[in-house]
Design a protein around this ligand. Structure first.
Ligand SMILES: [Zn+2]
Length: 250
């Protein structure tokens, strides 16, 4: 049996509440929550797969276990190495971390500027421990509103940087703010990215339809364990859209 939908989950930070800091708390889950979510995946028989695995599956070049899931982290926060990486290793899971390549070893200047990002040593340690990396652009620009020159530079500089750091050519991209825009999609394809991920856009039924606007499901600190289980289901994107529609019509 092959999976008809492989959930791609989207995280940002993993840290204790005392470290949430000035940025929106919605970007953080605690190590306790994250650990329980991984334990549930394990209990339900899920395997974590990479985006290279998923892209090959969607092109009918590879099979995947019936219960497959992709874990992704945006922005490349240092806490991913401190808090998420040990839990991933404990469960034998992999994940993909999307780096803002001009800011490696710096801070999240596109938000508060106060939260540290992964440095190269941490990236290498995670890479050697089985974690994959992708590009989240060079400087976290909103590519849906950028000029063509900026889009190209943001995508090509970061692609080279991630290839150099990770020694892999098959690098996935993740649109800053989850906003693709037609020019950025076209550039990601032309420059040779493996695939590109959005947040709440892209097909909600056919993942092979557009590998350059793949839908993800976000995990929040408010996500309960049963809510997390729901986010794994093939019908979840349609459920989410239905909920939005209900809210706007009543
Ligand atoms: Zn981001």
């Amino acid at each position: 049996m092959k999976p008809d939908w492989v959930p791609i989950l989207c995280y940002h930070r993993v840290c204790p509440e005392s470290e949430f800091g000035p940025d929106p708390g919605s970007l953080c889950v605690t190590p306790g929550q994250f650990g329980r979510q991984l334990a549930l995946l394990k209990a339900l028989g899920y395997r974590t797969v990479t985006l290279a695995d998923l892209a090959a599956y969607l092109k009918a070049q590879k099979n995947l276990p019936p219960r497959s899931v992709v874990l992704t982290f945006d922005d490349g926060y240092a806490d991913n190495c401190v808090h998420a990486f040990p839990l991933l290793k404990k469960h034998g899971f992999t994940a993909t971390v999307f780096l803002v390549t001009d800011r490696i070893g710096g801070t999240n200047v596109w938000d508060s500027g106060k939260v540290p990002l992964l440095n190269e040593d941490q990236i290498v340690r995670m890479r050697d421990g089985g974690v994959h990396f992708g590009s989240h652009s060079a400087g976290h620009a909103d590519l849906s509103r950028s000029d063509p020159g900026t889009i190209r530079r943001e995508l090509s500089d970061s692609l080279e940087k991630v290839r150099g750091l990770c020694g892999r050519m098959d690098v996935p991209f993740c649109y800053p703010y989850g906003r693709p825009g037609p020019a950025a999609k076209a550039a990601a394809r032309e420059l040779g990215y493996l695939c590109a991920l959005s947040t709440d856009t892209g097909s909600d039924t056919d993942q092979s339809g557009d590998l350059f606007e793949m839908r993800r499901v976000q995990v929040f600190p408010s996500t309960t364990l049963s809510g997390f289980w729901k986010k794994l289901q093939p019908w979840y994107p349609r459920w989410q859209k239905f909920q939005k529609k209900l809210k706007s019509s009543f």
